[in-house]
Design a protein around this ligand. Structure first.
Ligand SMILES: NC(=O)c1ccc[n+]([C@@H]2O[C@H](COP(=O)([O-])OP(=O)(O)OC[C@H]3O[C@@H](n4cnc5c(N)ncnc54)[C@H](OP(=O)(O)O)[C@@H]3O)[C@@H](O)[C@H]2O)c1
Length: 131
């Protein structure tokens, strides 16, 4: 059976390219991001039945649960924690501490929370994690 790989942030950029690479390799993809772009939708047409697109925020437990629930009885072979934000960013001397906290909330604590929720499913098959 083809492996199933969950990737966060496949609407554009590196995540979109990674999703297409994985699909071309014959694996199934669950893609979790807030926006469903035409480029992401095009993957459904190019690889029918091989990608499930979940519209959601990887920092929200209910959206993580939706993505994991879409597995049904399938196992989870890998997670690619690609999604992150790079903004707002500015000089350390002037950037408000709350802006730094906001970035850490998403890029660090958001990712750790995602992992805590996904680990039980990932461990069923000794799945891999890419961060
Ligand atoms: N490009 C580079 O040169 C570079 C260098 C070093 C590291 N990186 C890292 O590599 C990763 C991808 O980079 P990129 O350039 O492809 O970034 P990008 O073009 O900004 O794409 C980010 C992706 O993450 C998704 N995303 C952001 N916040 C999200 C959230 N809360 N929930 C769900 N999805 C979310 C975005 O989708 P939505 O907005 O639709 O949710 C988008 O698909 C990032 O982690 C970045 O920090 C990139």
């Amino acid at each position: 059976m083809s492996p199933t790989i969950l990737i966060t942030g496949a609407s554009r950029g590196i995540g979109l390219a990674a999703a297409e690479f994985i699909l071309a390799d014959g694996a199934k993809v669950i893609a979790l991001q807030r926006t469903v772009t035409p480029a992401l939708e095009a993957l459904s047409t190019k690889y029918p039945g091989a990608i499930q697109i979940i519209k959601g925020d990887f920092t929200k437990p209910e959206d993580i649960s939706s993505a994991l629930a879409s597995l049904g009885t399938h196992s989870l072979d890998a997670v690619v924690l690609n999604a992150a934000v790079g903004e707002p960013f500015g000089p350390i001397a002037t950037m408000p501490l709350d802006s730094f906290r906001g970035i850490f909330d998403i890029n660090f604590f958001g990712v750790v929370q995602f992992l805590q929720l996904a680990l039980p499913k990932l461990r069923e098959r000794r799945g891999r994690l890419f961060w």
